[in-house]
Design a protein around this ligand. Structure first.
Ligand code: GLN
Length: 537
């Protein structure tokens, strides 16, 4: 029998509910239990694929190709475990399934209603994941904030679960904000009280309340929350802002949350927290800085390239350097003027993206990195830009481009595959999910991976045009990774450069704390070498 832990949030969004859910999963995994996770997203998009990363943060891609909310990335990283599309349930999926059942006549004449039809559909998704995953524990996070209209059916469904399971094996964790009022110089618990009251009015009594605040709460404050919210004092956990999200599991353990989970799970041994202890230890150490520039369209919105940053963090922790990210809006690099600024960087990343805005600036940055020996990592669009740059400036194909940006280009070095349809529908129509990639022996990629076959995740429509491959290779761009079935270029690199590599896939999606993605790891190693050199010179 699977046990269920539900995570809800109150007061405001952006409290780190996803990190709390992921940390809960990690603490359970540390107790030798099989755990899986689910995110309920109360929006009507079928999946996150059509949502702007500018508004909603990055689109995370699972190995089965499901495009999900970025919280799934946290779950995979904290659990060090791959999830499937069953772990992301949106209102869009629920309602579309209810409506399609109605059309098929599956409701046998009933009036189709929010309760029980929609709520049953939500519970079906939950129980289905529990069954398919065979997990001891399923941690489910409800997106949004208690009080949102669109979240109500999900809250009603998770309320019913306790009843369905006879009050057993179900646990509710609510996270709230405890703000600090500058004027009176004190923390305030009133918003927490209101939020819990709102939750209780729906019929959910939290077992644990995790209070987010800038600094730790006093015992008196926790007692106040306990009294007003009808939760034992040990169930009121203060989670202040920490330097790194990877300190959260250990912090929660020490705050008594682990003990509460042990009791719920009936676990008596000692949890294995070695991995989290090691990470916390490295985080505390003094480390030399490494400056990485990220040249992108959406810079400034930190969630837009979340997995890229996390992958960099994993590699920097492993290589014991302190990550300093410099955001560089690519449009600023469209003239020649600002390029010299890049010289002070130890490495440059051009991440993924869509549409032509800022592309010329990215191409300029790549040329500069290539010519000045600055370590460069191109991710998806970043790799495509590297191919365009090489075609233009090394192969002499001045007007080379991707047909995504210039459909009339005489040299379409990046193009849709022959027979691939022009894009008519946007949702779910890309090359998505994990594909195998054969790695060329003796290349930078093979040195990084230490393997000749790897699986990495994709999310794109365009590919390197096979017609130009022999010219590119002849002029010195090595294709070091190939998708064997179709002979598509997956990795390109420039031998002899300190580090110059682009991948058509997104290596950031498979990077984990303690186990960084090998391409990021090699890139950071090269950046560290450059940082050491400039330190000496
Ligand atoms: N826009 C490019 C394509 O569709 C790259 C996509 C990406 O970077 N994820 O192929």
């Amino acid at each position: 029998m699977t046990k269920f832990i539900f995570i809800t949030g109150g007061v405001v969004s952006g409290l780190g509910k996803g990190i709390l859910a992921a940390s809960t999963g990690a603490l359970i995994k540390a107790r030798e239990k099989k755990v899986t996770m689910l995110k309920f997203d109360p929006y009507f998009n079928l999946d996150a694929g059509t949502m702007s990363p500018y508004q909603h943060g990055e689109v995370f891609v699972l190995k089965d190709g499901t495009e999900t909310d970025l919280d799934l990335g946290h779950y995979e990283r904290f659990l060090d475990q791959d999830l499937t599309g069953l772990s992301n349930v949106t209102s869009g999926k629920i309602y579309s399934s209810v409506i399609s059942k109605e059309r098929k006549g599956e409701y046998l004449g009933a009036t189709v209603q929010m309760i029980p039809h929609v709520t049953n559909e939500i519970k079906r998704a939950l129980f289905n994941l529990a069954e398919q995953s065979n997990a001891d524990v399923l941690v489910a996070e409800v997106g949004g904030t208690v009080g949102d209209i669109e979240g109500l059916p999900f809250l009603e469904a998770i309320r019913q679960v306790r009843l369905d399971l006879n009050g057993k094996d179900v646990f509710y964790v609510h996270t709230t904000l405890v703000p600090f009022l500058e004027t009176s110089g004190e923390q305030k618990t009133k918003p927490t009280q209101h939020s819990v009251r709102e939750l209780r009015s729906i019929g959910i009594q939290p077992d644990v309340i995790v209070c987010r605040s800038r600094t730790p709460m006093t015992k008196q404050m926790r007692e106040k929350v306990a009294l007003f919210c009808d939760v034992g004092i040990e169930g009121v956990i203060s989670l202040p802002d920490l330097d790194s999200i990877y300190q959260v599991p250990l912090f929660l353990e020490e705050a008594g949350y682990g003990e509460i989970l042990s009791r719920f799970l009936g676990f008596q041994g000692e949890p294995n927290l070695e991995k989290w202890q090691d990470l916390s230890q490295i985080l505390r150490e003094e480390k030399p800085p490494v400056k990485i520039g990220i040249v992108g369209k959406y810079v400034g919105m930190k969630d837009t390239y979340l997995s890229v940053i996390e992958a960099l963090r994993h590699s920097c922790l492993k290589n014991r350097v302190d990550l300093k990210v410099q955001w560089i809006p690519s449009e600023k690099l469209e003239g020649e003027g600002n390029l010299n600024l890049l010289l002070s960087l130890d490495g440059i990343i051009v991440p993924g993206g869509f549409d032509r805005r800022g592309v010329e600036g990215k191409i300029n940055a790549i040329k500069f990195a290539r010519e000045n020996g600055i370590p460069f990592l191109g991710l998806c669009l970043g790799m495509q830009c590297a191919v365009i740059e090489f075609a233009r400036n090394v192969c002499g194909l001045k007007k080379a481009n991707s047909t995504e940006f210039d459909p009339e280009t005489p040299f379409p070095v990046i193009d849709l595959l022959k027979g691939q349809e022009k894009v008519k529908r946007k949702g779910g129509t890309m090359r998505l999910g994990a594909y195998p990639c054969k790695v060329k022996k003796g290349s930078m990629a093979s040195e990084a991976y230490g393997s000749d076959l790897v699986w990495e995740r994709h999310r794109h429509r365009y590919e390197v045009n096979g017609d130009f491959l022999s010219l590119l290779e002849e002029k010195g761009l090595t294709v070091s990774g190939i998708y064997p079935k179709q002979g598509l270029a997956e990795i390109v690199e420039i031998p002899g450069h300190p580090f110059f590599l682009g991948s058509q896939f997104h290596p950031e999606f498979t990077s984990r704390p303690g186990r960084p993605n090998p391409l990021f790891d090699s890139f950071v190693k090269a950046a560290k070498r450059r940082a050491n050199q400039s330190w000496k010179s």
